[in-house]
Every structure is written in structure tokens, then in C-alpha cells.
Design a protein around this ligand. Structure first.
Ligand code: ZN
Length: 353
């Protein structure tokens, strides 16, 4: 039987009053009890309001796991006034200012701020979906994502307490995530200026906002940043088309999945604060399996696997390695599957001749 000590969360072991709690009565970040009517209760937008306005997403919608549409502006989680206004508010202001200053400033953001900003979107979406009933008519029914999955992101939630300064790690130039920055093509058409990708079973997220594309592997402590992969290296040399950004995401997700390691974290605590020793994450390893990659790429491009994989080899829209890079200068370019001619996302409606 596991001992009580082993079953305690890092929150319980090191933090005095901050807990991972679920449900609509708790602050998603610190766990404070804030039922409806409480003066401390606010709603935190998972995708920040300034971003929704900047990208004209206020009235746009996102599809949930079950296919139901939810407006971005309704994507909020319960949050206490202190977490919302003070701890997350400061991070939000710095990220917004960097976004307005452009790619260079965004890529130079403090890694702790970036981790909290991206990590909040990732965790906020999971939290939000955990609150949605499976059946519209059955308000008390099973949730879209069972709380067991939320518990599996417990360590991520623990690291997010860095927002309040109660969890720290060894270096401020580094963080619990790897960050990959890609300059992207921008557009005058709002709907073309935004993309978001994540994975339920791997802590990876990709977000494209205007010219800025960033893909973060949330718990690998910089490990994937040094990856030498020809297409990823090529992707850093020109502004990516939306189809190419999705390829970069699929490649990093595939590589992260194949070489994922659950790292052991050494944590020390004092007076309600915790310090995480950066584990040695080791390098990326593993061989390239076109079939496994094609599964991820086909999902990202919203085409059948056969459109992009012929049974032994796949394709790239980015180029690199033995092939020249493939920069394009307009979002109007349509990339097609090498083996069927089907249009790749966002032109998945292009039918092969
Ligand atoms: Zn809170």
C-alpha cells in the first residue's frame, strides 16, 4: 500500500494553502473557494481579452472535443481577484507589450512569464472542458474530460504557482518548457491571423498570433530546443505559411512524443515556498518513423494519411535537409498532399483533380 507521504501532492507537501481543485466554485489557479456571490470571484479569459480583440476573435468560436462550438469570449474559468488582477495581470501586461513590439521582443520574454502565459491557456482549456457536461440536457452528467486527467496535469498546475512567486526554479533564463519561435506570414484577414494547437496527452501547445508563432513543450526543461531536425531548422529561416506552422507543430509533437520521459523532480521547500531543481532532461533521441509522423501531420493538416504518406515516405511543406526550403510570400498559396492533391489545412476544402 502506498504510504501517505507518497500520495501527497507537491502542493500539500510544500505550499501552505494552494491546492489543485476542480469545479466552478474554485479558483482554477490557487484553489480558493469562490462560489457565485463571493466578492473575490472573477472570470479569467483563457485566451486573453486583448488578444481576442486584436485578432477579432471575440465572436469567433472554437470546437470542443465533442464538436460543440464555444465562443472564445465564453472561454473563461473561475479565478479569484488576486490571481486574476495581480499574479496573472502582470504577466499579461508584459506579454501584451512584447507582442506589440514584435517577434524580437516576444522571443526575448522572460521564460517564466512565457511559461505562465502559455501554461495558463493550456491548463485553462483543460479546466474549462472539465466543467462542460457531456450531455447538454444532463447538467450533472459526466464531464468531457474526467478529473483523472486533470490530476495527471497536477505537476503542471504546481509549476503554475510560480505566478504567485511561491514556486521557483533554478534559473530565470530557463524554464520548465522548451520554446520554439517561428516568424509567420501575417494577413489583413482576422481569421487567418490566429491558430491554436494542443494535445490532450502530451503537454505541448502551439499558438500563432499575427507574425508570431510559438510552440512550447511544457515540461521538458529546454530539452527539445537543441533538436537538430532539418525541417525545423529550415522553418527558422523564413516566415511560415499557416500550413507550414502546423507542420512544425506536428514535427515537434511527434518528436516530443517519441522521446518523452517523465522526469523526476527534486523539490525543496521552506516557509510555504518551493524550489524545483532543474532535472537533467537529456537529449532527444529516437529514429524517424514516417508512418507515426504522418498520423500527426494528417491530423494537423486535416487530410487522410494517404494524402501525405505513400506507405514508406512522407512529405514536407517546409523543405530542409536534402531539399531546398520552400518560402512562400502569401497566405493564398495552397499546399497540397504529395500523394493525392488534396489541399492541406487551412485549404482542406480543395478537392484533388
Ligand atoms: Zn486564485
Amino acid at each position: 500500500m502506498p504510504s501517505i507521504v507518497e500520495r501527497r501532492s507537491p502542493h500539500e507537501q510544500f505550499l501552505v494553502d494552494r491546492r489543485q481543485r476542480f469545479g466552478d466554485d474554485s479558483c482554477f489557479l490557487c484553489g480558493m473557494h469562490i462560489p457565485v456571490g463571493s466578492t473575490d470571484r472573477t472570470r479569467e479569459h483563457v485566451f486573453p481579452k486583448w488578444l481576442l480583440r486584436e485578432l477579432d476573435l471575440w465572436n469567433a468560436s472554437v470546437n470542443q472535443i465533442d464538436g460543440r462550438a464555444l465562443h472564445y469570449r465564453q472561454l473563461t474559468v473561475p479565478c479569484c481577484a488576486s490571481c486574476n488582477g495581480i499574479d496573472l495581470g502582470g504577466v499579461e501586461a508584459r506579454v501584451r507589450s512584447a507582442y506589440e513590439d514584435g517577434m524580437g521582443a516576444f522571443a526575448a520574454l522572460d521564460r517564466r512569464d512565457l511559461f505562465i502565459w502559455l501554461g495558463k491557456i493550456y491548463y485553462g482549456l483543460v479546466y474549462k472542458e472539465s466543467l462542460q457536461p457531456l450531455s447538454v440536457r444532463d447538467g450533472d452528467g459526466a464531464r468531457l474530460i474526467p478529473s483523472e486527467h486533470l490530476e495527471s496535469v497536477q505537476f503542471h498546475h504546481f509549476l503554475m504557482q510560480a505566478a504567485a512567486g511561491v514556486v521557483t526554479w533554478d534559473s530565470s533564463s530557463f524554464g520548465p518548457a522548451s520554446f520554439h519561435f517561428f516568424e509567420c506570414l501575417d494577413s489583413d484577414i482576422p481569421a487567418q491571423r490566429f491558430d491554436y494547437l494542443d494535445d490532450l496527452f502530451l503537454p505541448i501547445i502551439g499558438i500563432r498570433i499575427g507574425r508570431i508563432g510559438v510552440i512550447a513543450v511544457l515540461q521538458d526543461w529546454g530539452r527539445s530546443e537543441g533538436v537538430q531536425q532539418p525541417q525545423i531548422e529550415a522553418a527558422r529561416t523564413f516566415a511560415l505559411h499557416p500550413t507550414q506552422f502546423r507542420e512544425a507543430y506536428a514535427r515537434l509533437a511527434y518528436m516530443s512524443e517519441t522521446s518523452w520521459k517523465n522526469l523526476d523532480h527534486l523539490i525543496t521547500g521552506k516557509d510555504g515556498t518551493a524550489r524545483v531543481m532543474i532535472p537533467n532532461p537529456g537529449g532527444f533521441s529516437g529514429t524517424w518513423d514516417w508512418k507515426a509522423f504522418a498520423t500527426r501531420a494528417a491530423a494537423a493538416w486535416e487530410v487522410p494519411e494517404a494524402a501525405i504518406f505513400d506507405g514508406s515516405t512522407g512529405m514536407s511543406t517546409i523543405g530542409g535537409g536534402d531539399s531546398p526550403p520552400i518560402p512562400v510570400d502569401s497566405m493564398d498559396v495552397v499546399f497540397v498532399g504529395a500523394f493525392s492533391g488534396a489541399g492541406l489545412w487551412p485549404r482542406a476544402n480543395v478537392v484533388p483533380e
